[in-house]
Design a protein. Sequence first.
Lengths: 569, 197
Amino acid sequence: MQVKRTPKPYDVCIIGSGASGGTAAKVLTEGGLSVVLLEAGPPILPERDYKEHMWPYDLPHRGAGVGGRWRHGTGDEFMAPNGAWEIEGEPYVSAPGSKFRWFRSRIVGGRTNHWGRIALRMAPVDFQVRSRDGMGDDWPLTYDDVAPYYDKVESYIGVFGTKENIPSAPDGIFLPPPKPRCTETIVKKTCDQLNILCIPSRLAILTKPHNGRPACHYCAQCGRGCITASNFSSSQVMIPPAEKTGRFTLITGAMARELVVGKDGKVAAVSYIDKATREERRIHARAFVVAASACESARLLLNSRSTLFPEGLANSSGVVGRNLMDSVGSNGGGHFPQLEKMPAHNHDGVGGMHMYLPWWKFDRKNDFLRGYHTEFGGGRGMPGVGDYDRLCDDFEGYGHSLKQECKKRYGTYIGFAGRGEMIPNENCYCEIDPQVVDQWGIPVLRFHWKWGDNEIKMAKDMQETYRAIVEAAGGIYLTETHEDGPHPYGIADGGVIIHEVGTVRMGERPATSALNQYCQAHAVKNLFVTDGACFVTNADKNPTLTIMALTWRASEYLLDQAKKGNLGA
Amino acid sequence: MTLSRRDILKSLAVTAVGGSVLRVIPLEAAQYAHRMVQAEKAAAETQQYTLKFFSPNAYKTLASLCNTIIPPDEESKGAVEAGAPEFIDLLTSENTDYQVALGGGVMWLDSTCIDRYEKAYLDCTSEQQKEILDQIAYRRNAKHDPSLGQGVEFFRFLRKLTADAFFTSEIGITYLGYIGNTYVQEFPGCPPVPERS
């Protein structure tokens, strides 16, 4: 088979169109460079693809999906398209004894079409953890280095929140927050009694018109995709300004297979599979920005072996695929009898929490290192399939009494979700599976995973906290967890929180890291890895905002290098 | 109506892109598009549902059970009017586990009724139907009488799917008093929360 070459060399080729790839596309094209972006999935068309404002009864499966598949797991039929735990023809493997789950979104905008829009800054201490407690590593940069880029990202995308002066949760540039829902006023009041911090959340959703996008209309359906683009997704907010420059080429259905290194040791081209024709194609560029998501980016580097880089591109240190981290997740919830008396009212709000619990025990010694934040929600949301599973099992019976009990209990539950910092360990990594390829012939990832003791202790603390809040509010805590078994204290399997980071980490020393502080490979000057792979640690902050800030910073550095003529021909 | 939904959406998309860098549909246009969807939906609803898995007889039993699990009352219609039998038939036709649990479950119920009352479930008197349902509607009964185990599991699953269908229907959503899925300029916040007793 003959490899098709594109004649036109671009300044930069970006791989992936999510939070990182989209940000790079915007900054680089607006900075004057010509950019080509490869996305493994199809384009997204909001007016065709989004199910915003549909009722469950508008779909024959009511949201349960074909054969009820969504009924028995996370997500539903209304979700923005092409995000899934399993993709047909593109498997991944968990090593024996490990369980890891990998959520991938094959579509323009990537996982920003599906994320919770939670936009939290890492705190100054989060960048210097080893100096603080001796575990993990410090970042090769500080909060002050990143802060101007947090400013830029927030100013551009729009994030609501409030100034609070909490050391573990730095303030940003905020739009006003929405008013609390009833569930949130109850939890806030209880947290005040318990001396637990509870503040307005920080979400990338517009509460005022912003940069040409209208304000939120409070339908609570961000996860379905927003036809008014009032929340942030890369496809609707980052890609359009790149397209406007006239210097942007988007190639969809393009599955990157290998980065090809030239004789000068720089990346010369990317080989990709055009999914529509199953043909191999090649694109040349002066620089490459890999932003395919932490694990997918590691996979691409590990699959790019050459005489110069026999262990994979930019992997002389052996760290590529290592230091894989997710967030520590443990959920709990309860029944709040006072909500039974609430009159019917619109409880929708934005598509996410209006308030949250930042890490509040930073001023004392705890049973574990680092911290966690807590997301919570519940109340009178749009009914969905599976909502009454638990009540049906608890109440049993049938007839009027069952029907009335369901009505009485509607909207009276509040759930809490802890999201904590995991310390990287040598048992958590991904590598190329020696036997399996995907349908495009590309070797797939094999995951290894084991939680450490610190994470289990953190999950225990989450459970104790949520029980304390529910009971102090006069509710009944309904979550049962156990000390042992596969999920001690309810800790989620690796990958389930969808905060994978760390697999191509940055650092000062080429012996123990792959990238410098600008996401540039130590050994390959025209290669940048800008997604969550570059993270050194995984603070209790959802990584997306930091991914965008680091990408923005790396992109400005790349622009500067291009101006200085350091990218080569 | 001469324009299809697709045409409307296409025209919306063109106007939207023309006016802005962003692929954004103006609010009024989006509302209009959703009303179109509703109208199409209403037109489609007049069509008769075609059975996809259950035999006509088994489907009658299924519908009767749905009606018993969530019956109509003075406050609202019940699970049958809310489309539960169709929803369950559709999902079952696509899932082999459901076929065993529900297809087999309905047959278990008929065989058990024939053993006990010498009649299939639908031919039993309402007292007999109540007697068997009262037994399979509670897990504790299977502890005393293990021969009820399969029936209890069947009923347990059917109850969940019936609740799914009812509470995701327009009837069920109105019954619960969910208010939302709409455009509001400003989120109003929380009405006063009654003190807990």
